[in-house]
Design a protein around this ligand. Structure first.
Ligand SMILES: *Cc1c(COP(=O)(O)O)cnc(C)c1O
Length: 394
């Protein structure tokens, strides 16, 4: 047997690559039983019993009137935008996953990128009104890393200007705002149940809303616009969730609390281990708004830490920790949005250089988290950053 030199120098528990967003999955036997049900029934898709069961369970969990399961989060966003009758321009942060913008633009809507509050990384309510034009129809807030947007202020701005308010809640499943689950705010909130999210259905998504008419429209549009068997009354698409995905969701929902408990435990280890490190700040999840602790995000002050975010990322990658630069470089600097500018997003561009996402979830043991923190500590850096030199000089 040959072991590469590089592999031998690794700490033993990090001999396989650790990804950000490795899936949390429930027990195989539970999924297998659900799958056998599907085979026996031969009902594979088109709002089968498992989709209906999962929708009902999610309505209870999210405390909303309607949940419409969809094929993925991106099509759920598109269906929501279309069902809400959006056109023209929609104000959205640039500091988000590209799908927030793509879903709008794929609907012929121009995403108008708004800067973020550098403390919350969420859309900055103070920056919104300057972007409103006669073509603006809506605001799409994103609860980045599951931390709620400033929902009340967004509501006020939307009301004042007659705009719709929607939320991309792809990160926020299992999170709360002022004691209530994320899911019932604005006109609707849209979830992703992609494999990398805290709760997954392999691929999947949902529109959650208390607006019956909107839910009905989403259902119509996700099934080609069919009303009854033979009659089509709208330009629909195929955005349905298959039964096998709902089976995965039903299994994973049973275990969601344990996934979040594991995440939270790992978060605690990260917090404790990284605290003494100057120039590294782990973003916090205040207890007032329960979080799913799915995202371990560090904000790196290059001068204080003595290495840049990208240097740390490269070092971690060499040691099998595949940390990710979520969400660099910002939607506005990528195709096709770059050419729709000019954009003025100084906070977004500054934050883009500093944040790094680290692995979390049931793939990890506490010892592995410890090991990742050891690597961060061992990352080659300048002995003294400029600020420390300054302090020593004093
Ligand atoms: C994952 C994600 C999406 C897209 O969801 P898919 O299910 O992958 O289509 C949209 N917005 C944000 C913020 C996401 O993180």
């Amino acid at each position: 047997m040959t072991i590469s030199l590089e592999a031998r120098t690794l700490p033993p528990i990090l001999t396989t690559p650790l990804h950000v967003g490795a899936p949390n999955i429930g027990p195989w036997h539970e999924f297998s039983e659900r799958s056998q049900e599907i085979f026996r029934r031969r009902w594979l898709t088109n709002r089968g019993p498992l989709v209906i069961e999962l929708e009902q369970k999610l309505q209870a969990y999210l405390e909303v009137e309607h949940v419409v399961l969809c094929a993925n989060g991106t099509i759920a966003l598109e269906l929501a935008a279309q069902a809400a009758g959006l056109s023209g321009e929609v104000i959205v942060p640039s500091f988000t996953f590209i799908a927030s913008a793509h879903a709008l633009h794929w609907q012929g809507i121009k995403p108008v990128f708004c800067d973020i509050n550098p403390h919350t990384y969420n859309i900055d309510p103070d920056a919104i009104e300057a972007l409103i034009t006669p073509a603006t129809r809506a605001i799409l807030g994103v609860h980045l890393y599951g931390r709620p947007c400033e929902i009340e202020r967004l509501n006020q701005i939307a009301d004042r200007h007659g705009l719709s308010l929607l939320f991309d809640a792809a990160h926020a499943f299992g999170c709360r705002f002022q004691g209530k689950p994320i899911g019932g705010n604005g006109l609707c909130e849209v979830f992703s149940f992609h494999a990398t999210k805290v709760f997954n259905t392999f691929e999947g998504g949902a529109v959650a809303t208390n607006d019956a008419a909107l839910a009905e429209k989403v259902r119509l549009l996700q099934n080609f616009g069919f009303q009854g068997e033979d009659n089509v009354i709208a330009l629909g698409i195929n955005g349905k969730m298959p039964e096998i995905n709902a089976a995965m969701g039903l299994v994973n929902l049973e275990h969601l609390d344990s996934f979040i408990t594991v995440n939270r435990g790992h978060y605690g280890v990260y917090a404790q281990q990284l605290k003494p490190l100057q120039g590294i700040r782990l973003i916090d999840y205040p207890d007032a708004n329960a979080n799913n602790y799915h995202y371990i995000i560090i904000d790196i002050d290059e001068v204080e830490f003595g290495a840049s975010r990208d240097q740390l990322r490269d070092y971690l990658r060499q040691h099998n920790v595949l940390a990710r630069r979520y969400f660099t470089p910002g939607c506005h600097r990528m195709a096709p949005y770059h050419d729709l500018g000019p954009w003025h997003l100084p906070q977004t561009e500054a934050v883009c250089e500093r944040l790094l996402a680290l692995p979390n979830g049931t793939q990890l043991s506490a010892a592995m988290v410890q090991c990742i923190c050891d690597l961060i500590r061992q990352c080659p850096r300048q002995q003294l950053g400029a600020k420390q030199l300054f302090e020593v000089g004093r």
